[in-house]
Design a protein around this ligand. Sequence first.
Ligand SMILES: Nc1ncnc2c1ncn2[C@@H]1O[C@H](COP(=O)(O)OP(=O)(O)OP(=O)(O)O)[C@@H](O)[C@H]1O
Length: 264
Amino acid sequence: MAGKDVLLSVDGVKATYNGAITALHGVSFTLRRGEILALLGANGAGKTTTLKAISNLLPAERGEITAGSILYQGRDVTKAKPAELVRAGLVQVLEGRHCFRNLTVEENLIAGGLGRSGSRAEIAADLERIYAIFPRLKDKRRALSGLASGGEQQMVAIGRALMSRPTLLVLDEPSMGLAPIIVQDIFRTLRRLNAESGLSILVAEQNSAIALRYADRATILENGTAALSGDAAELRQRDDVKAFYLGQKAAPASVSSTASLPPA
Ligand SMILES: Nc1ncnc2c1ncn2[C@@H]1O[C@H](COP(=O)(O)OP(=O)(O)OP(=O)(O)O)[C@@H](O)[C@H]1O
């Protein structure tokens, strides 16, 4: 694949926690500029660990990358500080939403723009842009985030990330604990952002059905390795993916035993 098109390249990444538990056994995939890539897999497959490796957040959990490389915009970022990555446009929305519960919706959003040292006018313009994307947040802007619904908190978390004007937005399971209609709303919004502004998106999801509907491509993790990568539309048609990840038939032992698509 032409290097120019690759925004993020994860190559043979191994990671451990506490120097003992191996969570990733060599994960490899690439994300092209301007695409939505879904990272799928069952509970414990290594999705969150992969995303934390990308944003260099593993040390905070006594975890570390023990092998492999992660290139963002062609640069090895395995040692980059998380704040430096945000300034470079690599911004992550962590699993579980993580709003500042005692701040209002608007204060949470403004907090997302602080690292960018924009003028007041720029921050105000960015806020209006977020409210245009999530009109519900405008109605709730003076409410405490802790009192907002789960869906609204997820919108706040995404809106806060957008305030730092990302090039690559990384999301860890945005569907978690939300009603299907809200999940659909959030994925539609992500798709629209991608289409309108070219925002690249890496989204880890257990909800494979929705992720494969909205993503361009997907990588499926199994036991800490990338078992299968391909176009989302093609993956949706595969019997093994239908059976194991879309709940449509009896599950085979592993999709990796039948993987035949070329690597992404
Ligand atoms: N902080 C931690 N300390 C020790 N082991 C961990 C830690 N976090 C995750 N693990 C282990 O690493 C492996 C991968 O977990 P990870 O959370 O990355 O998977 P996941 O695909 O994101 O699953 P989930 O959907 O449940 O979040 C699992 O075996 C898990 O038990």
